[in-house]
Each structure stands twice: as C-alpha cells, then as structure tokens.
Design a protein around this ligand. Structure first.
Ligand SMILES: *[C@@H]1O[C@H](CO)[C@@H](O)[C@H](O)[C@H]1NC(C)=O
Ligand SMILES: *[C@@H]1O[C@H](CO)[C@@H](O)[C@H](O)[C@H]1NC(C)=O
Ligand SMILES: *[C@@H]1O[C@H](CO)[C@@H](O)[C@H](O)[C@H]1NC(C)=O
Ligand SMILES: *[C@@H]1O[C@H](CO)[C@@H](O)[C@H](O)[C@H]1NC(C)=O
Ligand SMILES: *[C@@H]1O[C@H](CO)[C@@H](O)[C@H](O)[C@H]1NC(C)=O
Ligand SMILES: *[C@@H]1O[C@H](CO)[C@@H](O)[C@H](O)[C@H]1NC(C)=O
Length: 305
C-alpha cells in the first residue's frame, strides 16, 4: 500500500472514533428521549432521571445520542417501589438495522407484587441469535436504594456487573456468534408487559397504582464512540484498535470468579443452559441441542479450555 493511502486510512480511522474516556456523563446531555417524552423527567441538571409508566400504552425510553463498539456502560437505578407487577424496567445495549442479525446485551428488571422479589433478567443476542436468558433473584431490595448496573463489552467477553460484582460472562468462542462489528446504542426504558412479566403473566399491573417510576443517576459511559456519520465498518475498524479492545482483559480476576460463582449458586433462578440440558435429557430425539457455549463455559470454568 502506498504511504499516502496509509496516512489517509489512519486519518479516517482517527476521525471515525472518539474515545470518551473519563468524561462524566449526564442523562440530559448524553441521551435523547425516544419514547414518551412527557413520562421522562430530568432533574439536578440532568444528573438524575425519572422514567414513568402511566398506563398500559404510555411508558418512556431514553437512548444514548452516540453509538459505540466496546467499553462499559454503567448507571445506578432504583426500581419501582411497592406493587410493580406487570412492569418491566430495562437497561440494555442494541445495534440498529436488520433485527434478524442484530446484537443486544440486556438487563431487564421484571416487577412483582409488593413484598415479592423482582427478577433480574439477563440476555444477549449476537448476529440475531438470542434466547440466552439467565435470571437471578436480587440479593438486595432493588427498590429501596440505587444499585449500579454495568454492561462491560470487549472483543473477548461481555460481563454483567451488579454493584461491581460480576454475575454473568458471555465469551467470544471461535466460530460462535459474538458482537464485534456492529455499533450499539445504550437504552433504558419502562414499559407494560403484564401479559408475561410477573409470574408468567398471572399477576397483572394494578393501574390504580400508576404512575410506576424508576429512577436513575450516575450514568457512566466509558466507550469507544463512533463518530457522527462514520459507517459501521469504519467504527468497527477504529474501535478494534482503541484502548477498549487492544490487549483486552479476557478473564475475570480470581476474586471476581469467586464472587460470580457464589452469586450464581445462591441466586440463579433460570439458566438457558440448564433448561436445554433438561430438555435434551427428557427427550433427546426432539429437543433443541444444548447451545455450544454451555459446555465450553463449563470446561473454561474447570480450567480445561
Ligand atoms: C431524538 O428522538 C426522536 C424520536 O425518536 C427523533 O425524532 C430525534 O431525531 C432524536 N434526536 C436526536 C438528536 O437523535
Ligand atoms: C395513556 O397516557 C397518555 C398520556 O401519557 C394518553 O395520551 C393516552 O390517551 C393514555 N391511554 C390510555 C389507554 O389511557
Ligand atoms: C435481514 O437478514 C436476514 C438474515 O440474513 C435476511 O434474510 C433478510 O433479507 C434481511 N433483511 C433485510 C431487509 O435486509
Ligand atoms: C472474537 O470473535 C471474532 C469473530 O468471531 C474473531 O475474529 C476474534 O478473533 C475474536 N476475538 C477474540 C479476542 O477472541
Ligand atoms: C459502577 O460499576 C462500575 C463497574 O464496576 C464502576 O466502574 C463504576 O465506577 C460504578 N459506578 C458508581 C457510581 O459506583
Ligand atoms: C415474583 O414473586 C414470585 C413469588 O415469590 C416468584 O415466584 C417470581 O419469580 C417473582 N418474580 C416475577 C417476575 O414474577
């Protein structure tokens, strides 16, 4: 390649990406209200955000203005107090474009009747392949105070953290889908899902209790941002050489592994790998095969991978 085109490529790569670094984020400055603007309220100059669900069809959503590839997005959330049955509060990242090929990393908080525990639901889609749900019962009351939820994403792994404790890892295994090329936005929303969310849809929202509100603070975006107008490929190429991707951390620390194991043992209420294995054991002829990462994860945990 001629020197001049190399210089040009480097310049393009530089322009395609902006590293946000340690700039502290603010909901008002960093996000757009993309659904139900009358149900989103910024206070404290945008440091604090309240999202409300006022009736069956009127909730709210905010979306980051910038898309990114790799990094971590954190925010502290205090979930709907009291009877939150039928409501779902979300905190997730997703690519745009063709949904059947999209990437997504989810935290979803499924409400419950007063006194019954929320469900902390996690999922991931890579190239449109989803159905990788793992659910936990929170080990704290997520409605009593703010707790810090983090989505960490690098070329090796995705990690879900709660108050800096890892609860789940989704790894990049050769040959299996993993998000690396599609920019994602980060989203937060509250919506009505009383047809399925609480005890399988058996417990409905009590609309006399509306509005249902979730509160947010301390938005923290440490991401490799795509520059305005950059193509997906230009952003992917730039972010692949950003500090969020170069020499990525490919394993949790030993301490984090112990923390994760303890939380998984104590608080998992649903795991798609266990479900798939149960189905295969019951009816090997017709059950869907166990997703390949399930066995690879077990080997990794036993140090055989
Ligand atoms: C904010 O969201 C609204 C509704 O989706 C959209 O029309 C508008 O263009 C967005 N603004 C920015 C700056 O992204
Ligand atoms: C829900 O609330 C919105 C305002 O937030 C209102 O426009 C709409 O008519 C309400 N829908 C129902 C079914 O009450
Ligand atoms: C979306 O992707 C699917 C799967 O590759 C493909 O069949 C479909 O044609 C695509 N749709 C569009 C609108 O590009
Ligand atoms: C992650 O996955 C991509 C595509 O599947 C692959 O090219 C890349 O080498 C993987 N990266 C790591 C660090 O494993
Ligand atoms: C939330 O957790 C992340 C990951 O551990 C951490 O980097 C961030 O500082 C935490 N935010 C707050 C406000 O504690
Ligand atoms: C709600 O509470 C019930 C009873 O403790 C529990 O079975 C269920 O998993 C909880 N969560 C949801 C979202 O229904």
């Amino acid at each position: 390649m001629a020197i001049s085109s190399r210089v040009l490529l480097a310049a393009v790569a530089f322009l395609a990406v902006l590293e946000l670094g340690l700039v502290s984020a603010n909901f008002k400055d960093q996000c757009n209200i993309t659904w139900g603007p009358h149900n989103a309220e910024f206070t404290e100059g945008g440091e604090h955000l309240k999202l409300s669900l006022v009736n069956k069809s009127s909730g709210s959503m905010v979306t980051t203005l910038k898309s990114f590839i790799y990094g971590s997005v954190s925010t502290r959330i205090m979930l709907v107090k009291g009877n939150s049955a039928g409501t779902v509060t979300t905190y997730y990242t997703s690519s745009t474009g063709n949904f059947s090929l999209h990437d997504e990393i989810d935290f979803e908080f499924l409400g419950n009747s007063s006194g019954d525990p929320y469900t902390l639901h996690t999922n991931v889609f890579a190239d449109g392949v989803g159905a990788r749900e793992i659910q936990f019962k929170p080990w704290f009351d997520p409605t009593a105070d703010y707790h810090n939820y983090t989505i960490f994403w690098n070329p090796c792994m995705i990690v879900w953290y709660v108050d800096s404790f890892p609860i789940r890892v989704f790894r990049n295994y050769t040959g299996l889908p993993f998000p690396t090329r599609k920019p994602m936005f980060a989203y937060s929303s509250i919506w009505n899902a009383d047809d399925w969310a609480t005890q399988g849809g058996a417990v409905k929202a009590d609309w006399t209790q509306a509005p249902f509100s979730a509160e947010y603070r301390d938005l923290d975006l440490q991401t490799c941002e795509c520059a305005a107008g950059a193509s997906d490929d230009a952003c992917a190429d730039s972010c692949a050489s950003s500090k969020y991707a170069v020499e990525p951390r490919c394993e949790l620390t030993d301490k984090e592994k112990r923390q994760m194991k303890a939380l998984q043992l104590g608080y998992t209420i649903y795991n798609y790998c266990d479900k798939a294995r149960t189905n295969v054991a019951k009816d090997p002829a017709t059950a869907d095969p166990v997703p390949p990462e399930c066995d690879l994860d077990d080997k990794q945990d036993q140090g055989q991978y």
